[in-house]
Design a protein around this ligand. Structure first.
Ligand code: GLN
Length: 549
C-alpha cells in the first residue's frame, strides 16, 4: 500500500547538544496540548538503534521496556505518549532502524526493487516516510514525530534526511521542525550560554533542516536577553523560542509550554485556526502540587540505581497522587541488600516487588514478600513479584523449602513457577513471551474484583514466559491463597490474594502499563490506600471503605 501525500500535518522534534534533555516529555506535552485543543494527534517515536524493538534490551542501558496493547515491546517514551495523550498506541508508533532495514531487505529479496541498486537514499528514506505516513493515515490531523538520538549521530542521519524530504514533499505549511537544546548556566551569576544552541542549529541547517521552534532547556527561565540572542543567531522568532525549566513533575510541562503561547505560534505556522486548549488536568496537577497525606512505599528491585527501569510504576503512583491527593514517597531498595538485613523495609508503609528476569536479586525479593506477609505490611507483587510471592508461600507455608521458578533453578524439586508445555523448547528470545492485552477473569466477591469496582473481566497488558505450575494450585489454595484472577481458559493464574487479609495482592500482568493520569492503575491505588491505613495504624485487615471500588 502506498501512503502518499495527505491532509495530515507534521511536527518533528529533534534533539541537539546531548541526550537526556527530556525531548520525549516535551514532545508528549506538545501532543497533549494539541489533543486537548480538538486535534486528532498521532505520534511516532524514532529510535535509531539497530535492534528491531526494545524487547531484548537491558533496562540498565535503556530503561524500562514498555508494552503496548498489541504486544509490541517498545521504548519507554511510548509510555509517556500514552499517558499524556490518554490514548492506546500500537507498535507502528515506534520506528527503529532495525524495523526499517528488515523491511527493505525483505522487499529486496522478494524482488520488489528488481533491477535497482538498493540504497539508503531513496530506499531506506522512502521506507521511513512510508511508515510515518501510515501512522498519520489512521485519521489524525497532526502527527508528532520525535527523532531519538542527537543531531549529528551517524545512526540518525537517514531519519534526518527522511524528515527533510517529508518537508519538501508535503510543503512548508504541512511540516514544522522543533529542536530541543541545552542552555548551560555558568558561574555564580548563572549566565545563560547560547553557543551550544547556535552550533546545533547550524548542524541541523547543514542537513537542510531549518528549525521553526526551539525548546531551550535550562534551570532558570530564559532571560529576555538570552531569548533575543538565540533568535538573532538562529532566525527563529522570539515567540517560537520556548523556555523549558526543570519541574517538580513532568505533568507540569504542558502548562509551562502553553503559558508561553506555543499553541498560538503553532496555529499560525500550520494555519490551523485558533487552538483552544481545554485543561482536563486541572485538579490532577493541583493535587500533585499540593498533596495532603503521604505514604512511603518501597520498590524492591535490582535496577534501583536507574529509576527509569521502573518508570511506569513511578508514574502509576503519581497518578494515584493526582487523583487522591496522597503523596507517595518511593524508597528504592536494592533487593540484594535484603539478604543481609530487612532494616531498609522497617520504615515503609507498603512494598512493591516489580517485574524482572534472571536469578540475580530473587532471594532478596522473596525476603521482601515474606517480610510483608509476616508483618502485615501492604504488598503488591507485579509479574515477577507475583511469582516471587508464590515461591515464598510455597516455601514457608507449604513447607517446600526448595520451591523455585524453573527460570532460576532448572533442577528444583518443586517448580511452582514453570513453563507451560507450549513454551517448552522455544529458543528465540525476541517477542516469544506472552505479550500484550489479555482478558483477566475475576472471581466474584474477591478483593481483586472489589479493587476493580466489581468488574468481572478486566483487560491488562502482559510480558512473561513463566506461569504458576498447575500442579501446585490446589495445595496453594488449600493453604490460604486465593487465585482471584485467571485467563479465559482458566489455565493461567493472573491475580493472587490471601484469604486472611486484604492488603497482600499480586498480579501476573503489568497493571502499571495501563495507568493514566486520570485513571490510575487500580492495584497501585489499592496499595497506596492500604499503605495509608497502615500509616494510620490500622494494620492488616482493611474495611471496605478503603478499597478503591
Ligand atoms: N521472568 C518472569 C517470566 O518470564 C517474569 C517476567 C516479568 O516480570 N516481566 O515469566
Amino acid at each position: 500500500m502506498n501512503y502518499g501525500l495527505s491532509e495530515v500535518q507534521y511536527i518533528v522534534i529533534f534533539g541537539g547538544v546531548m541526550s537526556g534533555l527530556g525531548k520525549g516529555i516535551i514532545a508528549s506535552s506538545l501532543s497533549h496540548l494539541l489533543a486537548n485543543s480538538g486535534k486528532k494527534v498521532s505520534v511516532v517515536k524514532i529510535d535509531p538503534y539497530l535492534n528491531y524493538d526494545a524487547g531484548t534490551m537491558n533496562p540498565y542501558q535503556h530503561g524500562e521496556v514498555f508494552v503496548l496493547d498489541d504486544g509490541s515491546e517498545s521504548d519507554l517514551d511510548l509510555g509517556n505518549y500514552e499517558r499524556f495523550l490518554d490514548q492506546d498506541l500500537t507498535g507502528d508508533s515506534n520506528i527503529t532502524t532495525g524495523k526499517v532495514y528488515k523491511e527493505v531487505i525483505e522487499k529486496e529479496r522478494r524482488g520488489d526493487y528488481l533491477g535497482s541498486t538498493v540504497q539508503i537514499i531513496p530506499h531506506i528514506t522512502n521506507e521511513i516516510k512510508e511508515r510515518i505516513r501510515k501512522v498519520g493515515k489512521s485519521g489524525s490531523d497532526i502527527t508528532v514525530i520525535e527523532v531519538g538520538g542527537t543531531v549529528g549521530d551517524i545512526e540518525s542521519m537517514p531519519f534526518l534526511e527522511a524528515m527533510r524530504q517529508l518537508h519538501r514533499e508535503e510543503g512548508e505549511s504541512k511540516v514544522i521542525f522543533g529542536l530541543v537544546t541545552l542552555i548551560p548556566e555558568i558561574g555564580s551569576s548563572m549566565e545563560q550560554k547560547t553557543k551550544p544552541t547556535q552550533h546545533s542549529v547550524s548542524s541541523l541547517r547543514s542537513l537542510g533542516i531549518v528549525p521553526d521552534l526551539i525548546f531551550a532547556r535550562s534551570k532558570k527561565p530564559l532571560q529576555n536577553e538570552t531569548r533575543r540572542k538565540i533568535s538573532l543567531f538562529t532566525d527563529v522568532p522570539e515567540s517560537g523560542i520556548i523556555s523549558v525549566t526543570d519541574a517538580d513533575s513532568i505533568y507540569f510541562i504542558p502548562g509551562m509550554l502553553y503559558r508561553q503561547g506555543i499553541l498560538d505560534y503553532i496555529s499560525r505556522k500550520l494555519s490551523t485556526g485558533k487552538l483552544v486548549y481545554v485543561d482536563k488536568w486541572n485538579k490532577f496537577t493541583e493535587n500533585l502540587a499540593n498533596p495532603g497525606e503521604s505514604v512511603k512505599i518501597a520498590i524492591v528491585g535490582k535496577y534501583t540505581e536507574l529509576s527509569d527501569a521502573y518508570i511506569s510504576h513511578r508514574e502509576a503512583f503519581t497518578h494515584v497522587t493526582g487523583k487522591n491527593g496522597i503523596a507517595v514517597e518511593i524508597k528504592w531498595v536494592d533487593s540484594d541488600l535484603l539478604k543481609k538485613t530487612t532494616e531498609p523495609l522497617s520504615d515503609v508503609n507498603g512494598i512493591l516487588v516489580p517485574g524482572g528476569f534472571g536469578y540475580r536479586g530473587i532471594e532478596g525479593k522473596v525476603i521482601a514478600a515474606r517480610y510483608a506477609r509476616e508483618n502485615g505490611i501492604p504488598f503488591l507483587g507485579i509479574c515477577l513479584g507475583f511469582q516471587v510471592a508464590v515461591i515464598e508461600i510455597a516455601r514457608d507455608v507449604l513447607g517446600l523449602e526448595k520451591a523455585n521458578s524453573a527460570e532460576f533453578d532448572a533442577n528444583t524439586p518443586d517448580p511452582v513457577i514453570d513453563l507451560l508445555p507450549e513454551q517448552e523448547g522455544v529458543v528465540s528470545k525476541g517477542a516469544t513471551m506472552r505479550l500484550g492485552l489479555k482478558n483477566v477473569i475475576l472471581k466474584e466477591n474477591s478483593q481483586a474484583s472489589r479493587i476493580y469496582g466489581g468488574a468481572k473481566v478486566v483487560q491488562e497488558r502482559h510480558r512473561h514466559r513463566y506461569e504458576v505450575n498447575p500442579r501446585y494450585i490446589r495445595s496453594l489454595e488449600d493453604n490460604g491463597v486465593i487465585f482471584s484472577g485467571c485467563d479465559e481458559e482458566g489455565i493461567r493464574m493472573e491475580f493472587l490474594e490471601l484469604s486472611d487479609r486484604q492488603n497482600f495482592i499480586a498480579s501476573q500482568y503489568h497493571c502499571e502499563f495501563k495507568s493514566r493520569p486520570l485513571s490510575p492503575s487500580r492495584p497501585h491505588e489499592s496499595l497506596v490506600m492500604s499503605a495509608l491505613a497502615h500509616a494510620k495504624g490500622k494494620e492488616g485487615k482493611l474495611s471496605k471503605k478503603y478499597s478503591t471500588a
